[in-house]
Ligand binder design. Structure first.
Ligand code: NAP
Ligand code: GDD
Length: 324
């Protein structure tokens, strides 16, 4: 039997790298879409780069998406590419809308034109819940986005639902709460804290400057969350699912966990810096993933403390290797 073929947009990102590995382990042929950059940024995929087919394309370029689908004919498309950093979305709101909102329509249009039988996964976000209308948040909770990024993701979510209903595409929107790993970008708060604490422990830094310590998030492990993406595309009917741990912790609790694991008192090192506060904040996120548990059989395997510890351990190891 021939291998199933999947296209992953955003393969060079955190989730793209875990999803590609996951699909390879299931026997898929994986196509990874990358955009042209002057320096190759394959750090997260170098260890399996030879096992995937890299294809050039950009969410801004409709023809490139059409060409990829026409040439490779994947059965599944996972659209993970986006401008994904919330603060940047206030600095570049139009570009964020182009990538994160309209980019979804471009992928859906390409699918509709080339092969309406392709199964589609859209990387939606708990950031859509923003100023939360109920707690915990689930699939039926109304959206109230609080950033240009959140607004763009609401568009991406609804255009996915709309193409499912208009053209009977098998299109799913995964509403994923924050998920982290040693491959997380260093600008996101979990990795900023674990990396910063590890540097302080090794005598490489003296302080860590952060923004709002009171914000609360439902943080899970990226490796668990990519399995949920795949499960969504294996069902009889397409649908939308919340993916979350059901636990919420503050940024302060994150500091306590990371510094505490290293035997340090976070209060001696963390400084609040107004530059990291946002024009509008999402104060509290906590998800109810019971639909995913009941219908997909999905459960998170890594909890908050363990997640932070595995990130601190990975940062310490990498920094010690750099030191030589
Ligand atoms: P990430 O690490 O920032 O990766 C984003 C990926 O998108 C990168 O591979 C990036 O390529 C690519 N990309 C950006 N603009 C592009 C464009 N115009 N054309 C083609 N590729 C482009 O993000 P992530 O954490 O893996 O998240 C994956 C997806 O899930 C994103 O859509 C994000 O918004 C969404 N999401 C993430 C979380 C989370 O907690 N991680 C939660 C909910 C939803 P370069 O390497 O070239 O920059
Ligand atoms: N990045 C950052 N840096 N955040 C800080 C800092 C800091 O120095 N200090 C406090 N925070 C707070 C932010 O104000 C926010 O409330 C929280 O930490 C989490 O920030 P991020 O880690 O940047 O993630 P996010 O929740 O804004 O967005 C991530 O999760 C979304 C899902 O809810 C991203 O991965 C999005 O792409 C994703 O959709």
């Amino acid at each position: 039997m021939s291998k199933k073929r999947a296209l992953v947009t955003g393969i060079t990102g955190q989730d793209g790298s875990y999803l590609a590995e996951n699909l390879l382990s299931k026997g898929y042929e994986v196509l990874g879409m990358v955009r042209r950059t002057s320096t190759i940024n394959f750090d997260r995929i170098r260890h399996f780069q030879n096992e995937v087919t890299i294809v050039q394309g950009d969410l801004l370029d409709q023809m490139s998406l059409l060409d990829i689908l026409r040439e490779y004919r994947p059965e599944e498309v996972y659209n993970l590419a986006a401008q994904s950093f919330v603060p940047t979305s206030w600095k570049q709101p139009v570009l964020t809308g182009e990538f994160t909102a309209l980019g979804v329509t471009r992928v859906l249009e390409a699918i509709r034109m080339v092969d309406a039988g392709i199964r589609f996964y859209q990387a939606s976000s708990s950031e859509m819940f923003g100023r939360v209308q109920e707690t915990p948040q689930k699939e039926t909770t109304p959206f109230y986005p609080r950033s240009p990024y959140g607004v763009a993701k609401v568009y991406g979510h609804w255009i996915t639902v709309n193409y499912r209903e208009s053209y009977e595409l098998y299109a799913c929107s995964g509403i994923l709460f924050n998920h982290e790993s040693p491959r997380r970008g260093l600008e996101f708060v979990t990795h900023k804290v674990t990396y910063g604490a590890a540097r302080i422990k090794l005598g490489m830094a003296e302080e860590l400057r952060l923004g709002n310590l009171e914000a609360r998030r439902d943080w899970g492990y990226a490796g668990d969350y990519v399995e949920a993406m795949w499960l969504m595309l294996q069902q009889e009917e397409p649908d939308d699912y919340v993916i979350a741990t059901g636990e919420t912790h503050s940024v302060q609790a994150l500091c306590e966990a990371a510094f505490g694991y290293l035997g340090l008192d976070w209060r001696e090192y963390v400084e609040c810096d107004p530059q990291y506060f946002r024009p509008a904040e999402v104060d509290l996120l906590v998800g109810d993933a019971s639909k995913a548990r009941d219908r997909l059989g999905w459960e998170p395997s890594v909890r908050f403390e363990e997640l932070i510890q595995l990130m601190v351990d990975a940062d310490l190891k990498a920094l010690q290797m750099d030191k030589g």
